[in-house]
Design a protein around this ligand. Structure first.
Ligand SMILES: Nc1ncnc2c1ncn2[C@@H]1O[C@H](COP(=O)(O)OP(=O)(O)OP(=O)(O)O)[C@@H](O)[C@H]1O
Ligand SMILES: [Mg+2]
Length: 368
């Protein structure tokens, strides 16, 4: 059996009066009882990291008896990966460069299982003792870590579902856009031509009343064909595919300006040629939603849209001079969060600079 810890290590070398000695013994007993009862693991170590004393809480955390732990090196039950982080801190502590450190680390229990502990390590002041000692306190945070891991896993799978949903939505939008453009749009265009012919035939046959009805129907069909054409482009921008992002955004700005009584000042700086179609689509959709928000919420008619590459990032900015809003206040819509998710899929992020009365600036950034 190994010798028990010598508490004299922690005793003052100055001679004591009887009262002082009695007081000290009382106080030591109190602290020893505290050490025994607490649920926090406590260890005293030498400067080589060998355990001199471990309280019952630490023994039960690590699955060793007090005797087994005594003289054991801390590295024997520390996870090697965390050891890399802790080693330099321990050396700085022993060299007196820092007086304490804290970290979350993994401990390997006697049977090989693993627990997480929040440790707080300090140097006991050497001035009052025969040898400097290190005191370590460990709080078992395995449950907290497990809950955090579960949260991270569910966040990951939620993000995964969101990204799949957005991809599915994009594919579906493109399919509907194509159908509208190639099928329904063409049939409407044909119907317009036929109604125009009918109008001419009825005019020749001197059936003027019917002829003018046919012309009215022809005009309505033309309007519907234009709307379908526009909608098909909104759903599936062929400009984006054929001419690239700046041209597609410019067209979006032009159309929005003409249709919505909005002045969109568009500017495009240099952009890389090798922008993937997926990233171009992501930024295009962000631009679409941001402009849509300006129309719906800003109460202004002036907006600036700017896309360029700067400092290794593609940056798309949409700035309006309208009523603004508080971005921290949770909103019922999904536009902003969808933009954020879209960008996250490319490792990018969305900044929303806005406050009431100060307009809104939406900045989408992606490293490229
Ligand atoms: N340019 C803007 N000016 C003023 N308020 C804005 C602007 N953009 C967004 N907001 C505010 O932020 C909220 C959230 O926008 P978000 O796009 O997420 O949702 P929405 O537009 O309300 O609905 P959805 O996009 O789902 O159709 C809006 O309801 C609006 O209050
Ligand atoms: Mg919106």
């Amino acid at each position: 059996m190994k010798a028990p810890i010598d508490w004299a290590h922690t005793r003052s070398p100055v001679p004591e009066t009887k009262e002082a000695q009695a007081e000290r013994i009382k106080s030591e007993k109190f602290f020893q009882a505290l050490c025994q009862e607490t649920s926090i693991g406590i260890a005293l170590e030498d400067l080589e990291g060998h355990i001199l004393f471990a309280n019952p809480a630490l023994c039960s955390m690590l699955g060793y008896t007090t005797e087994e732990l005594r003289d054991m090196s801390c590295s024997a039950f520390s996870h090697p990966e965390d050891q890399k982080q802790e080693g330099p801190l321990f050396h700085q502590l022993c060299a007196g460069l820092i007086d304490h450190y804290k970290l979350d680390k993994r401990f390997i229990r006697k049977g090989g299982s693993q627990i997480w502990g929040h440790v707080s390590i300090s140097l006991l002041d050497a001035r009052y003792r025969t040898a400097p000692l290190v005191i370590g306190m460990v709080q078992d945070i395995s449950e907290k870590k497990a809950t955090e891991e579960q949260l991270r896993t569910s966040e990951r799978s939620l993000r995964d579902v969101a990204s799949r949903l957005m991809q599915a939505q994009e594919i579906e939008r493109q399919r509907i856009g194509r159908e509208l453009h190639d099928d329904i749009g063409q049939r409407f265009a044909l119907l317009t031509i036929q109604l125009e012919r009918l109008h001419q035939d009825l005019l020749k046959a001197r059936q003027e009343a019917h002829s003018w009805t046919a012309l009215r129907l022809c005009k309505s069909a033309e309007e519907l064909a234009t709307d379908i054409h526009e909608l098909s482009h909104e759903l599936h921008s062929s400009k984006l595919r054929h001419l690239g992002l700046p041209a597609a955004l410019k067209e979006l700005a032009r159309k929005t300006s003409s249709q919505q009584d909005l002045r969109v000042d568009f500017h495009a700086g240099p952009l890389p040629k090798n922008l993937s179609p997926e990233l171009a689509m992501c930024l295009f959709r962000v631009g679409q939603e941001a402009l849509c928000n300006v129309i719906k919420h800003s109460q202004t008619r002036n907006v600036e849209m700017d896309v360029t590459r700067t400092n290794g990032r593609i940056v798309l900015k949409i700035k309006d001079f309208g009523i603004g809003f508080e971005p921290e206040v949770s909103a019922s819509g999904i536009g902003l969060s969808t933009m954020r998710e879209r960008l996250r899929m490319f490792g990018g992020n969305l900044l929303v600079n806005s406050s009431p009365g100060k307009g809104t600036e939406i900045i989408a950034e992606v490293r490229h």
